[in-house]
Design a protein around this ligand. Structure first.
Ligand code: NAP
Ligand code: GDD
Length: 341
């Protein structure tokens, strides 16, 4: 049985990747952070199904704790390491630059060093990002496009990207960079723009929220479905050689277009509910990201299966159900309203 080690297993991608690898017959080992409240919500179902059978195994660790990462890798001896952990919110990285940058730079170096020193052939996956390109050009971006990071988050990712390549070239290690463009799902963090919108729509429809406050509605992204993107991560790790890969849909859409589709789905007009709040305007914006996934399509035989429209509808439908449950709990005073109007 192959063993995978995943950092950031409690995140959106951690959830989809764990599920994908378990279905492929892997034993999954993931790190979780100690928190004063439980933070395993996304993977609770997987825990109840697979932890007793030792198919899913969880350990407390942090990317800022190299000794714990090293001893975990020594003990587990995984075949594949997927480094997904990061403070992944771009706007938050301006507010918490030390933490954001330390996690995404020191973490990968610690893991790469451990992988190098283990003396076993271990494959390493680094979660690189389309944010590294900076969003200045409206051209298609591919593996050879120039990086121009616009945030502490993106600068940290550029460093990790180069380090992954350096370990590949210097020590002949199987180190892969997956340059993933934005990918979303019903499991997306609730402060990223797509989920913030669909969560808001669910609550508006059920009468427990009045408005959604947003920032730059003209930003353009290449949005895909997280479930499709974790498959690409795994395919990169099975390819005959380690490389850098762009994963994207090849379609660009604005925040306004996401609003259009999502609000239309419930028969409402977004213009009646969306307010602009300056606090969501970033100090330095990434205006336009559009990826060219042809290399992955041709060599990995990967392609995105879920369209932009279907993704928005999938998220709205899921959040309508969540809001319906919240409404009942609110009426019974079992929860309080913690979200903004
Ligand atoms: P996410 O939902 O924010 O998950 C991030 C994960 O990292 C969570 O499990 C989080 O733990 C963990 N984490 C944060 N800081 C950590 C630290 N210091 N030590 C250990 N774990 C830490 O992000 P995602 O959307 O799944 O993205 C996965 C990775 O892909 C990230 O590296 C992200 O930067 C990158 N990426 C994402 C996208 C995208 O569109 N989703 C695109 C390109 C690249 P808690 O649950 O305890 O917070
Ligand atoms: N979060 C957020 N909240 N974004 C908003 C809002 C708002 O209220 N209003 C407008 N936006 C705009 C942002 O300014 C940005 O241009 C765009 O919507 C997308 O923002 P996010 O959903 O926060 O994602 P991101 O593109 O900044 O970063 C995500 O994708 C990267 C890959 O390109 C994250 O998942 C990163 O971790 C990932 O690397």
């Amino acid at each position: 049985m192959k063993k995978a080690f995943i950092t950031g297993v409690t995140g959106q991608d951690g959830y989809y990747l764990s599920k994908f690898l378990i279905d492929k017959g892997y034993e999954v080992h993931g790190t979780i952070r100690r928190s004063s409240t439980f933070n395993t919500k996304r993977i609770d179902e997987l825990i109840s199904q697979y932890s007793e059978k030792k198919i899913l195994n969880l350990y407390y660790s942090d990317l800022l704790d190299p000794s714990s990462l090293n001893s975990l890798l020594q003990n587990i001896q995984p075949d594949e390491v997927y480094n997904l952990a990061a403070q992944s919110h771009v706007a938050v990285s301006f507010k918490n630059p030390h933490f954001s940058v330390s996690t995404s730079t020191n973490g990968p170096v610690s893991l790469l060093e451990s992988v190098k020193n283990l003396g076993k052939e271990i494959k390493y996956y680094q979660a690189s990002s389309s944010e590294m390109y900076g969003g200045v050009s409206t051209d298609y971006l591919d593996e050879n496009s120039i990086f121009d990071p616009k945030s502490p988050y993106a600068a940290g990712k550029v460093f990790a990207h180069h380090m992954t390549k350096i370990y590949r070239e210097s020590y002949n290690l199987f180190c892969v960079n997956g340059i993933l463009f934005n990918h979303e799902s019903p499991e997306r963090g609730e402060t990223f723009v797509t989920r913030k919108i669909t969560r808001g729509i669910g609550r508006i429809v059920h009468g427990i929220q009045n408005n959604i406050s947003l920032g730059n509605l003209d930003a353009v992204r290449d949005w895909g479905f997280a479930g499709d993107y974790v498959e690409a991560m795994w395919l990169m790790m099975q390819y005959k050689e380690a490389d850098d890969w762009v994963i994207a849909t090849g379609e660009a859409h604005s925040v306004k277009e996401f609003l259009d589709i999502s609000f239309n789905h419930v028969g409402l007009k977004w213009e009646d509910y969306v307010k602009i709040d300056e606090k969501y305007i970033r100090p330095n914006e990434v205006n336009h990201l559009l990826g060219n996934p042809n290399k992955a399509k041709n060599l990995l035989d990967w392609k995105p299966k879920v369209s932009f429209e279907d993704l928005a509808v999938m998220m709205v439908e899921s959040d309508l159900k969540l809001a319906e449950q919240e409404k009942v709990l609110l009426e019974k005073n079992l929860i309080s309203k913690t979200w903004e109007d």
